[in-house]
Design a protein around this ligand. Structure first.
Ligand code: ADP
Length: 171
């Protein structure tokens, strides 16, 4: 039986930290589906379409990885995709409490779905999409953190927007 894992997140934008987790997951599972969340409690820099495009670009070297959007409860989405595994990345200790809370809440909602935590290379332990946005908005280099095409798109966004304006929602 094919084993499919779902990696849900905002990916605003996808970073080398996310890609590291996806590469690890793609070696363990037959198929990895990246679920880009349409709704999120965060404000987004990139629209849903852009976040999907950037994630596709960053993972094009991985043949068993699929990128798509999802809406609603993540456990419902995992179930709809006939999967029982949800992937999450664990960075520093600061992630632990939040991720544990989410994983336990999801278990309450759906007993049969397991959350699998993967740990990135140590150089990505403190990397987040927010950090990348902060660095670029203050004119710093993000070369080490995102693929070249994403860096170019982010630079363009900041140039054309003059001031860092967030989308009101993430759609
Ligand atoms: P969310 O908005 O759900 O936190 P993100 O797109 O920020 O979504 O992250 C999705 C998942 O990827 C989360 O489990 C997060 O901890 C993980 N993640 C993000 N950045 C990294 C990184 N640098 N290394 C490992 N995991 C990461």
């Amino acid at each position: 039986m094919e084993k499919t894992a779902i990696y849900p997140g905002t990916f605003d934008p996808i970073t080398y930290g996310h890609v590291d987790i996806i590469e690890r997951a793609s070696k363990i599972f037959d198929e990895v589906i990246i679920g880009v969340a349409k709704e999120t409690y965060k404000e987004c820099l990139f629209s849903l379409t852009e976040r999907i495009e950037l994630a596709r670009e960053a993972t094009k070297h991985l043949p068993n990885v699929i990128i798509e959007s999802f809406t609603g409860l993540v456990v419902d989405y995992v179930r709809k995709r006939n999967s029982k595994v949800m992937i999450r990345g664990l960075r520093a200790v600061s992630d632990f409490e939040y991720e544990l809370q989410i994983a336990l809440a999801n278990r309450t909602l759906s007993e049969e779905i397991e959350t699998v935590f993967l740990i990135p290379q140590s150089k990505y332990l403190y990397l987040s999409s927010s950090l990348v946005k902060q660095i670029i908005s203050t004119g710093g280099s993000i070369k080490e953190y995102v693929p070249e095409t994403i860096r170019e798109k982010m630079e363009l966004k900041y140039k054309t927007k003059v001031k860092y304006e967030l989308q009101e929602d993430c759609s």
